[in-house]
Design a binder for this molecule. Structure first.
Ligand SMILES: C/C=C/C(=O)SCCNC(=O)CCNC(=O)[C@H](O)C(C)(C)COP(=O)(O)OP(=O)(O)OC[C@H]1O[C@@H](n2cnc3c(N)ncnc32)[C@H](O)[C@@H]1OP(=O)(O)O
Length: 264
């Protein structure tokens, strides 16, 4: 099945040349992530990986109000055992990891509420663009929960433990400007989708393998002591110099012309 043929109950998947746009589509529930939606995200990401033409992915929410307002609370409310809670957390973490580990750039176009599991989905993306009216937060403690789709780990890695603990212990929502100041989002833009597309296009001008290897170096390095992380960087840098794109990029610079990368 190709991207354009794919049909989902709670998602829309579109392709604009090399950019896949994944829209969470449950607007009546502010795009809350029920189990079916989480499974569909995993399926959609598999399709995107298989589509050789795709070099970047944008994730957004349907409607005017929300990116994603969290995991679906009506499903969470039925959880009644430690085992079931742990399994749900692991399943959600798995989907977020699938997004985080994609070998090409991913951008969250945050068009409204990004709360709980919704913010965790945005945190699994590489770059976040928020609309001026977006509200972001991890309100789980107000429900008697803790963030369970990676938030307790990805948020402090992104903005530092102090700021992350403030957000997770108060459960407060921050607006786009405050999120920008604390580094929780990279950009604030009126039209989040078009700004995200511009960013994706800017990224796609670069060597595709370099994009994947930068992501790998950052991801693996963040979990390693500095000396080991620097070895990871050197190993991956070593891989780049054997690629055709490295030859093309350096030659194009010396010949004062734009590079034409093939991803090889
Ligand atoms: C491991 C992960 C855990 C988690 O993610 S836990 C969940 C974390 N998220 C939250 O706690 C946010 C829950 N939602 C809200 O607090 C509010 O919503 C908003 C502040 C986002 C918006 O409030 P307002 O403007 O008054 O809208 P509305 O009437 O509450 O929502 C419209 C419809 O959307 C449903 N909905 C919103 N969020 C969720 C959700 N997270 N799970 C299930 N449904 C949700 C509502 O119930 C309602 O539906 P109806 O029109 O049928 O009453």
């Amino acid at each position: 099945m190709t991207l354009l043929e794919a049909e989902f109950d709670h998602l829309q998947l579109d392709q604009h040349g090399p950019i896949a746009v994944l829209t969470i589509n449950r607007p009546k529930a502010l795009n809350a992530l029920n189990g079916d939606t989480l499974s569909e995200i995993a399926q959609a990401v598999e399709l995107i990986i298989d589509e050789a033409e795709i070099g970047a992915m944008i994730v957004t929410g349907s409607g005017e109000r929300a990116f994603v307002a969290g995991a679906d609370i009506s499903e969470l409310a039925d959880l009644d055992s430690t085992f079931a809670g742990r399994e749900l957390s692991l399943a959600g973490q798995d989907v977020m990891a699938t997004v985080a580990n994609l070998p090409f750039p991913t951008i969250a176009a945050i068009n409204g509420f990004a709360l709980g599991g919704g913010l965790e989905l945005a945190l699994a993306c590489d770059v976040r663009v928020a609309s001026p009216t977006a509200k972001l937060g991890l309100p789980e403690v107000g429900l008697g929960l803790i963030p369970g789709f990676g938030g307790t780990q990805r948020l402090p890695r992104l903005i530092g433990a102090g700021r992350a603990l403030d957000l997770m212990l108060t459960g407060r929502q921050v607006g786009a400007q405050e999120a920008l100041v604390m580094g929780l989002v990279n950009y604030v833009a009126e039209d989040v989708l078009s700004r995200s597309r511009e960013l994706a296009q800017q990224m796609l001008k670069n060597a595709p393998m370099s994009l994947g290897l930068v992501k790998e170096a950052v991801r693996r390095g963040l979990d390693a002591p500095l000396d080991h992380a620097l070895e990871i960087e050197a190993d991956l840098f070593g891989m780049t110099v054997t690629t055709k794109d490295f030859k093309e990029g350096t030659r194009a610079f010396l010949e004062k012309r734009p590079a034409s990368f093939q991803g090889e």
